[in-house]
Design a binder for this molecule. Structure first.
Ligand code: XMP
Length: 524
């Protein structure tokens, strides 16, 4: 019998059928997945050496081959399983991905002596990728090699004087390539081109919304957790808040949140967390007031790393005690993000990542808890959108990153009650004014620092000898690099005079004008 015995795979829901971005090593691979998701189509990164059948098993709507730094004809250059071109799934090659397709499918790639980096103008023809778009377009190129003959059977649909083959299409085989980077915002119609590929070519509906994510994730959590009890450490940050709310939506009061107040938070933050979770969302919440314990252990400690270590250790101790009090718990919620998963090399969802830089200082390994990671497939901006959809207040959704050791590493030297109080008040004034000026969301982080020096001042008829407060405000994409924010003078003036007038013990305000590198964002 000539019957095939390949069983059809079960069809997943439309919002679960991913667009798989095959990562060929380019710096923009993650960005491609993010842009596809911004078009409300679910997307994941996969390794380039994944067999075509493994990709097929995911029921992808489409495949996108990313850029990459190599030359396709170089020895050892990354490639893909050629069988993926035969899956009948639409494929879009971008930059290196396009060149790989050309090389594998009967075209040609050569070093033409023309390198293009940056802004380029192309002329495009009406087809599928450029449907409804103007013929003359500005796009972003970054290549040394060029496609000098497109894949057999395909049609060239865009070019520039220096790169005559800037895009090709083969609608019959559903193969497409672009030399430029549609995922980069400098490509003026980049998103439109991606939408044409997703909506027209791949027939992928824009159904992946925050609401759909919540539905999928809650179903997944229910399936994982069953009737078991789940524990979550709330830090006040957006990741743990959204993770907790998702788990609570899924399994209700099987979840208990533990909020450890170590006394190193900003003004009113602890009250805010308790109010939001306990009273507003009715999440079972254990609020542990451990302020004295932490301060006791930090007394006299001035070394930054020692402070970090103490806060981390003490946090684990308090958390363990609470877990024990609560009785048998099987699961622990962790706010691992997709970027953590990717960065650890687990783009197929293989790696079990535990955030080393976790906001609450890492959780005990020997407790033998299984992890529930509801944000594992989400980028940070998506976590925020899910938070908004779940009704989390704006203040938590858009909260700046805050280090686990909190104000302990923003007080240089001794951490005492008195010095914490000074810093908290100064920080609160700074943030209040920055918010009032409408600049909070423009900044990556903004905070006050209390150095371990005092200087002379004069107030009324008497001399003072008091602390300065340093204002630190930075813009950044990812905290790896940062620039000092150019805050308006009138804002600085208001902040400075309020801090000096309202806080006894402060007689000076200074502004930190350092970028990272060579400085870091935090002072310790
Ligand atoms: P730096 O100061 O190294 O900070 O430029 C980069 C980012 O990391 C945060 N940070 C920490 N986060 N525990 C944390 O959870 C820490 O010990 C810690 N130290 C720095 C910092 O706020 C910035 O966002």
């Amino acid at each position: 019998m000539a019957e095939t015995n390949v069983l059809p795979l079960p069809e997943p829901a439309p919002e679960e059928r991913p667009v798989l971005v095959v990562d060929l090593g380019g710096q923009y691979s993650q960005l491609i997945a993010r842009r596809v998701r911004e078009c409300r189509v679910y997307s994941e990164l996969v390794r380039h050496d994944a067999p075509a059948q493994a990709l097929r098993a995911r029921h992808p709507r489409a495949l996108i081959l990313s850029g990459g730094p190599a030359s396709v004809y170089a020895e050892g250059a990354p490639s893909v399983d050629p069988a993926l071109y035969e899956l009948g799934v639409p494929v879009l090659g971008i930059c290196y991905g396009m060149q790989l397709m050309a090389q594998e499918l009967g075209g040609r790639v050569e070093p033409t002596g023309v390198s293009e980096f940056g802004r380029t103008e192309i002329e495009a023809e009406e087809g599928e990728l450029f449907a409804g778009l103007p013929p003359g377009q500005v796009c972003w190129m970054s290549h040394r090699d060029s496609v000098t003959a497109p894949p057999q059977g395909s049609r060239v649909v865009a070019g520039s004087p220096s790169t005559p083959i800037a895009a090709f299409e083969d609608p019959e085989r559903r193969l497409y390539g672009v030399q430029f980077h549609p995922e980069v915002l400098h490509t003026v119609h980049g998103t439109d081109i991606l939408k044409n590929f997703l909506y027209r070519v791949a027939d992928a509906p824009p159904v992946w919304t925050a609401a759909a994510v919540i539905e999928e994730e809650t179903a997944r959590i229910r399936a994982q957790v069953g009737n078991a009890r789940v524990l979550c450490a709330l830090s006040g940050g957006v990741d743990s808040a959204v993770a907790a709310l998702l788990v609570h939506k899924a399994v209700g009061d099987q979840l208990t949140c533990v909020f450890v107040d170590h006394g190193l938070l900003r003004k009113d933050e602890a009250a805010h967390v308790v109010e939001t979770f306990g009273r507003h969302f009715h999440v079972p919440l254990v609020h542990v007031d451990a302020r004295e314990r932490f301060l006791g252990r930090l007394a006299g400690v001035t070394d930054p790393e020692e402070k970090r270590k103490i806060v981390g250790e003490e946090f684990i101790r308090v958390f363990e005690e609470e877990a024990e009090r609560l009785g048998t718990t099987r699961y622990l919620v962790q706010g691992t993000l997709y970027s953590d998963v990717i960065e650890s090399g687990g783009t197929e969802g293989i790696a079990e990542v535990i955030k080393s830089h976790h906001n609450v200082g890492g959780l005990p390994e020997h407790m033998d808890l299984e992890l529930v990671e509801p944000l594992r497939m989400l980028f940070k901006d998506e976590v925020r959108r899910v938070g908004e959809e779940l009704g989390l207040p704006d203040e938590m959704v858009w909260r700046h990153p805050f280090p686990g050791p909190g104000l302990a590493i923003r007080i240089i030297g001794d951490v005492t009650d008195e010095r914490l109080e000074i810093l908290r008040e100064a920080d609160a004034i700074l943030l209040e004014e920055v918010r009032r000026a409408g600049l909070y969301r423009e900044l990556w982080q903004c905070f006050a620092v209390l150095p371990a020096i005092r200087s002379v001042g004069v107030q009324g008829d008497s001399r003072t000898y008091a602390y300065p407060i340093v204002i630190r405000a930075v813009t950044s994409e990812d905290a790896m690099t940062a620039d000092w924010a150019r805050l308006p003078y009138d804002l600085l003036e208001t902040v400075s005079s309020r801090i000096i007038n309202e806080i006894p013990g402060v007689n000076r305000v200074a502004l930190d004008l350092s970028s990272k590198p060579p400085a870091t964002i935090e002072w310790e």
